[in-house]
Design a protein around this ligand. Structure first.
Ligand code: D54
Ligand code: ZN
Length: 280
């Protein structure tokens, strides 16, 4: 069993526009998340958001605290949102077991001392994608299944952006201090997500792409609306989106992704939209 972490600092728009391809990837792209028998965490200084992956195979994985958060246990001053993007498994929170099937979510409140990830079957491991933020109060943990999600249909086939947004960990479904998470599934033939694009300077965001077919890729767009950049991404990779940045993507096929965010408010709809014809 391995628990490992990396730290990423926050970046300004001015600094970011001068980065090379390699520089952009180093700052924003998270490639190694899902690794067997390992918990990989990335601590970002944007809203002190932690992004991670846990893949229990040969043994259960226990979420231990990491040096940057200087706490006795991981959730001492934090909350966490988890979505299973693998086969069925469970998360045990201070002795209470939550079974999570593919695409099911779990919110765990501050103050829980022990979080243990397990797969139901060694030959078909669960893959837990997790996002954690600082939390100012204790709130009850809650599992959210697919049919409990708030569902919104967006876009159209004509503009290649027909997609289903499933809001899983949002304030209409579960009370949280900061973290919000959900999933967006692109319809076959549609490739554009979050287009028209938006920014929300009140909140940072992290995107995790999955269900990207083999030999296909997603091009993630970022940057200020009039100063955009792109990062090519593979299946099961994540990307950090600064609050001042658009976060849009286009794939060479359809795909699914998880968005997670934190910051000033819990209003999912608080976005400043950018006109497509004004992007540069
Ligand atoms: O702030 C909200 C997030 O960017 C996503 O929920 C947007 C999204 O999934 C989409 O439009 O496809
Ligand atoms: Zn957004």
């Amino acid at each position: 069993m391995k628990n490992q972490f990396q730290v990423r600092y926050a970046n300004s728009p001015n600094e970011t526009k001068g980065l090379t391809t390699e520089g952009l990837r180093k700052e924003f792209l998270i490639q190694k998340l899902m690794e067997n028998d390992t918990i990989n965490l990335v601590y970002t200084h944007f809203d002190r958001y932690i992004v991670g992956g846990a893949v229990p195979v040969n043994s259960d994985l226990k979420l231990t605290t990491i040096a940057p958060i200087k706490s006795d246990y991981f959730l001492e001053r934090r909350e966490i949102g988890i979505i299973n993007v693998g086969e069925s498994g469970s998360v045990t929170v201070d002795g209470k077991k939550y079974n999570l099937a593919y695409k099911e979510a779990l919110y765990i409140g501050r103050g829980n001392k022990e979080v243990v990830f397990s797969s139901d079957n060694v030959d078909a491991p669960a893959k837990f994608y997790l996002n954690s933020t600082p939390a100012h109060k204790v709130l009850p943990s809650k599992k959210i299944s697919q049919d409990e999600a708030e569902i919104v249909e967006m876009g159209s086939m004509e503009t290649a952006n027909a997609r289903t947004i499933r809001k899983l960990i949002v304030n209409s479904v579960v009370e949280t201090c900061q973290v919000q998470m959900g999933m967006t599934e692109l319809k076959t033939g549609s490739v554009w997500n979050t287009m028209p694009a938006h920014v929300h300077d009140r909140r940072m965001e992290v995107y995790f792409y999955f269900e990207v077919p083999q030999d296909q890729a997603v091009c993630h767009f970022m940057g200020e609306p009039q100063e955009t950049r792109h990062i090519w991404m593979a299946n099961n990779e994540a990307v950090i989106s600064p609050p001042w940045s658009i976060h849009s993507g286009s794939g060479t096929s359809n795909y699914t992704f998880i968005w997670g965010m934190a910051g000033e408010n819990l209003d999912y709809g608080d976005m400043d939209h950018c006109k497509v014809t004004e992007l540069k």
